[in-house]
Write a protein that binds this ligand. Structure first.
Ligand SMILES: CC(C)(COP(=O)(O)OP(=O)(O)OC[C@H]1O[C@@H](n2cnc3c(N)ncnc32)[C@H](O)[C@@H]1OP(=O)(O)O)[C@@H](O)C(=O)NCCC(=O)NCCS
Length: 173
């Protein structure tokens, strides 16, 4: 999948393959630091499987892997949704629209009839542009998280009904 020119670099997006695993792991370690597997959101990825059709990488004009995004099936009560992340962009190309392009492309692929909401832990200032808003107070993760960073994207009628503690839902793959 080709992408537009981002700043001074040409980015292309590609479905993630198993062969990308080492490059993605290196990108995530650099972007988040080695401790990120201890974060609460990681509890929702354990014993879970990323949605293959929504996992994408970004390559620069030299074919280097410079970005990655994935989504994981989760439930809040009976509502089926997706946990977005990790999203990471190589520091050398940050601020050139790669993150937004990865998100926009993949969010457009999400079928709201199958996944009624997308949830993530991140900065509202960044994710608001993609339609994310601070989660209702009755939505929780299975561990500590700054409530101001718990963000949800959903139709208003769905958003207002969401409540409970998020849990992995590998059966939705
Ligand atoms: C956050 C991240 C994915 C953004 O990717 P990116 O490709 O650099 O972002 P884009 O170029 O698509 O967007 C840049 C815009 O977002 C803004 N932005 C970037 N990170 C931001 C943040 N944490 N909070 C608010 N705004 C942010 C920039 O100021 C810029 O704004 P502008 O368009 O008004 O100039 C990337 O910086 C990254 O990998 N960071 C380290 C890992 C991380 O924190 N991941 C997110 C976890 S929730």
């Amino acid at each position: 999948m080709s992408g537009p020119i981002c700043g001074y670099i040409m980015i292309t997006l590609h479905p993630t393959l198993a062969s990308h695993a080492d490059d993605i792991a290196a990108l995530l370690n650099t972007a988040f630091g080695p401790g990120f597997r201890a974060r609460t959101a990681e509890r929702l990825r354990e014993n879970n499987t990323a949605i293959a059709a929504l996992a994408y990488i970004a390559r620069d004009q030299h074919d280097a892997l410079v970005g990655s995004i994935s989504y994981w099936p989760v439930r809040l009560g009976r509502a089926a949704g997706l946990l977005l992340g990790p999203l990471a962009v190589d520091a050398r190309v940050q601020g050139k629209g790669v993150g937004v392009q990865l998100m926009q492309t993949t969010l457009d692929l999400v079928d709201p009839a199958r996944f009624a909401f997308v949830i993530l832990v991140g900065d509202l200032d960044y994710y608001a542009r993609m339609g994310f808003a601070t989660a209702p107070a009755q939505v929780h993760l299975p561990g500590p998280v700054d409530p101001a960073r718990l963000l949800i994207r959903a139709e208003e009628s769905v958003f207002e009904q969401l409540s409970g503690t998020l849990r992995p839902a590998p059966e939705l793959c």
